[in-house]
Design a protein around this ligand. Structure first.
Ligand SMILES: Nc1ncnc2c1ncn2[C@@H]1O[C@H](COP(=O)(O)OP(=O)(O)O)[C@@H](O)[C@H]1O
Ligand SMILES: [Mg+2]
Length: 264
């Protein structure tokens, strides 16, 4: 167990090289409080998984980390959130979204070609030099384990790809702008086991490029993939630790009940 990584509200996080760090972070949809005093640190170049029953605030916390919740009116964040020690909540939002990429549960390729989907973020950020864009598209598709499958049909519509390929395309699109953190919200929940395994393998590979935070309802996935796992319950982070500790020797009864299938 690494005490520096315990994120229980009573225990301040001291991981000094944290990529992302939340301190007493609370979130409200109107008068409804969805997150209660979350404190935790995300280690760089590791995979951190969040598990917990539906409605416990996993997606809300993930969206707060790249300020996606701001699109919604009448929401409020309290507490601190830092990216490399800088105040993420005060940062220019475009910069946050470039540095912290996101992939959603339902793959959402644009109704454009495969190439244009991956090139999208680069062009939005002002990169139009063909050779540079081409190189980035190939690199991103390679990292997303999709290049060999699509290299001969880059101009075909993205929507013609299979579900698993579309999700890998969304990962390639997110990687193209070289985010420092990649957030994934149940990215495999609509996929079959083979497509899921491909995504897990590629996430494992791209740890060297970026820091990964994944929400999953699949506990085996968290156990296979994650270095660290956090268990959310009713808007609170109940326990956060080394994945092996979480699954083999959890410290909180709620965690144990959840991972042994007694509820959720
Ligand atoms: N846009 C929203 N407006 C109001 N309440 C929301 C909204 N999104 C989520 N919630 C509520 O916040 C709580 C946490 O939801 P969510 O973060 O989606 O949980 P999870 O991802 O763990 O299933 C739930 O009670 C949910 O109903
Ligand atoms: Mg969710």
């Amino acid at each position: 167990m690494n005490p520096a990584l315990i994120g229980s509200p009573s225990q301040p996080v001291t991981l000094s090289d944290a990529k992302l760090s939340a301190k007493d972070l609370s979130f409200y949809y109107g008068t409804f409080q969805a997150l209660y005093n979350i404190s935790l640190s995300i280690a760089p170049h590791k995979i951190t998984a969040f598990i917990g029953p539906s409605g416990c605030g996993k997606s809300t916390f993930l969206r707060t980390m790249n300020r996606m919740n701001e699109i919604l009116r009448n929401t409020r964040v309290e507490g601190e959130l830092t990216l490399d020690g800088q105040d993420l909540l005060a940062m220019d939002v475009t910069t946050v979204r470039r540095r912290v990429g996101m992939v959603f549960q339902k793959s959402n390729p644009f109704p454009k070609s495969i190439f244009d989907n991956v090139a999208y973020g680069l062009r939005v950020n002002g990169m139009h030099k063909r050779s540079v864009v081409e190189e980035a598209v190939e690199r991103s598709l390679t990292h997303a384990a999709l290049w060999t499958e699509v290299k001969d049909k880059l101009n075909k519509p993205a929507t013609a790809l299979s579900g698993g390929q579309q999700q890998r395309l969304c990962i390639a699109r997110a990687l193209a702008v070289e985010p420092e953190v990649l957030l994934l919200d149940e990215p495999c929940s609509a996929l079959d086991p083979i497509a899921t395994l491909k995504i897990e393998e590629l996430l494992f590979e791209i740890k060297s490029l970026t820091t990964i935070v994944i929400v999953t309802h699949n506990m085996q996935q968290a156990a296979r993939l994650a270095d660290y796992t956090g268990f959310f319950f009713m808007g609170k982070l109940v326990e956060f630790d080394d994945t092996r500790v979480m699954f083999q020797n959890p410290h909180k009864k709620e965690t144990e009940d959840y991972i042994t299938g007694r509820f959720g």
